[in-house]
Design a protein around this ligand. Structure first.
Ligand code: PMT
Length: 218
């Protein structure tokens, strides 16, 4: 039986949105459906990798054969990612992690008053940046969801987060980004390579991302 290209490789994928809790009935979230991250997890498993999928709440069924770790908040995602990180070869962060969360979580439902409400937010931890600081042999792949200046913002994230590659998608482009079954990606690598892809299904895009990431393994 021929060996599969990612046989023996441990891959950690994050997917979906996070939910940042305001009170027992309300939260802040974003438009991520999880489709990109689940496609990565499914393709990685099909290519022979040992896959862990850490996911925020989505409507999707976890792919067969992957270790599935459901989380809700950015803080929970951070804690789970750190548990798996030391024993991982490639990390792919397709999740749309909230950058801010409510500073106070109310134990009981907030009651409305007559006036407006100001909700104070504080920064969440940047998971990918933390991994970039801790990394030893792990290959780190980030995503950049942008609406303008895609190349400049993506390459800045590649450098400041100490990544091996970043997958940029302009989420304003039709057929790309949140919710849809397709994506239009550009991959930037730490070696200065730039790879632009046409409209692909998220499965096809996932395979390209995985095979490129694997070239960085020693
Ligand atoms: O889920 P889908 O509906 O299929 O949509 C796919 C997608 C648009 C969510 C996906 O393709 C994508 O772009 N994911 C990254 C979304 C994002 O949050 O991008 P960002 O540019 O804000 O963050 C940059 C990188 O840092 C990301 O890899 C992100 O996971 C990571 N990050 C961000 C904030 C934070 N606190 N911790 C992080 O690790």
């Amino acid at each position: 039986k021929p060996t599969k290209p990612l046989q023996g490789i441990k891959i950690l994928v994050t997917a979906g949105p996070t939910r940042e809790i305001i009170d027992p009935v309300r939260y802040i979230t974003n438009r991520s459906s999880g489709k990109m991250g689940y496609a990565l997890a499914e393709s990685a498993a099909a290519l022979g990798a040992e896959v862990t999928l850490i996911s925020g709440p989505t409507a999707l069924k976890p792919p067969a054969g992957v270790t599935f770790v459901p989380i809700e908040t950015a803080q929970e995602m951070y804690e789970e990612v750190l548990k798996y990180f030391p024993d991982t070869n490639i990390v792919i962060k397709a999740a749309a992690v909230a950058d801010y969360r409510p500073k106070i979580i109310y134990d009981n439902k907030m009651k409305k008053g007559d006036g407006d409400l100001v909700l104070e937010l504080e920064r969440t931890i940047d998971i990918l940046k933390t991994l970039g600081e801790k990394k030893e042999k792990q290959i780190l792949v980030g995503f950049a969801a942008e609406t303008e200046n895609v190349q400049a913002y993506a390459t800045k994230k590649l450098k400041t987060k100490n990544l091996d590659m970043i997958v940029a998608n302009n989420v304003k482009q039709e057929g790309a980004g949140f919710g849809v079954d397709t994506n239009i990606i550009t991959i930037y690598t730490r070696n200065g390579e730039v790879m632009e892809y046409p409209l692909l299904s998220k499965q096809e895009a996932a395979k390209e991302i995985l095979m490129k990431a694997a070239t960085f393994l020693e």
